[in-house]
Design a protein around this ligand. Structure first.
Ligand SMILES: [Zn+2]
Length: 258
């Protein structure tokens, strides 16, 4: 048990082995097929040899001149790397949900609240790597989103939710499910707010549906001005989008009725 091997991932996504509470990074495969690993502590030269499958320690070379790492430290690293990977893979899942799931499945119980904060921060940084740098103008912002609107990370349940008209004059955020939900409602309310628009946009316009006593937001639009022409274009676009996405459902209704 003392020399059992645990494999974890480093911050850069490389394999590390943990043996007797010391972390080792991979150096090379020797001619005799054994793998050489050196202590993760840069000022320490202790190393180990393992078999090629990384299941047993064959030899320990040298001694560590520092303290061993705690199991809490290892648990935190395992949790952080697992959460980072998940955060990049599924961009729309809430960080707290990912952390909760990982805590329930694959780490020990030595994690404390402070560790969770650092894990959350690491997840945020990992996600930041997938998004472009902050735009400096309206054109730059909309061009970038235009380029990325069909990327996998900008999909929810594998479906696109960013919609932009050909003349790139605004951004519309909605899903096919929302539009279908809209078709089941009869009362709609819409309004723009000038308080919460993102940089370079003048207002956020929202369309709500009224259902069972609740107002539910189904479409969000970011507009750059408040001209009459902009509103006309916006409503034409919403209508087109609605018809495109709810066509299948209406066709089925039509067939079942005929
Ligand atoms: Zn060492």
């Amino acid at each position: 048990m003392e020399n059992s091997i645990k494999i974890i991932m480093s911050e850069r996504g490389k394999e590390l082995v943990v043996v007797s509470s010391h972390k080792y990074r991979f150096i090379r495969k020797r001619k005799d097929e054994l793998l050489k690993w050196i202590c993760y502590n840069k000022s320490c030269y202790a190393s180990i040899l393992t078999d090629v499958k990384k299941t047993q320690v064959i030899k320990v070379i040298g001694e560590h001149k520092h303290e061993a790492i705690t199991s809490q430290n290892i648990d935190r690293q395992v949790l952080r790397e697992n959460c980072k990977r998940k955060a990049s893979d599924s961009i729309s899942t809430r960080p707290s949900k990912i952390i909760r799931k990982k805590l329930l499945t694959n780490v020990g119980t030595d994690i404390v609240h402070k560790d969770i904060s650092s894990v959350r921060k690491a997840m945020y940084m990992a996600r930041r790597k997938n998004v472009p740098i902050y735009p400096k103008s309206f054109d730059e912002a909309i061009d970038k989103i235009w380029e990325m609107q069909n990327d996998d990370i900008f999909k929810f349940n594998n479906k696109k939710f960013i919609h932009i008209p050909m003349n790139k004059s605004f951004i519309c955020i909605t899903t096919e499910d929302n539009l279908n939900f809209m078709s089941s409602c009869t009362e709609y309310f819409s309004d723009g707010t000038f308080q919460f628009a993102p940089n370079f946009f003048m207002q956020m316009y929202t369309v709500h549906c009224f259902k069972n006593g609740f107002y539910l937001p189904v479409i969000f639009i970011f507009l750059k001005d408040k001209f009459k022409q902009t509103y006309i274009e916006m409503w034409k676009f919403i209508k087109e989008l609605y018809l495109q996405h709810t066509c299948w459902q209406r066709c089925t209704h039509f067939r079942t009725q005929s």
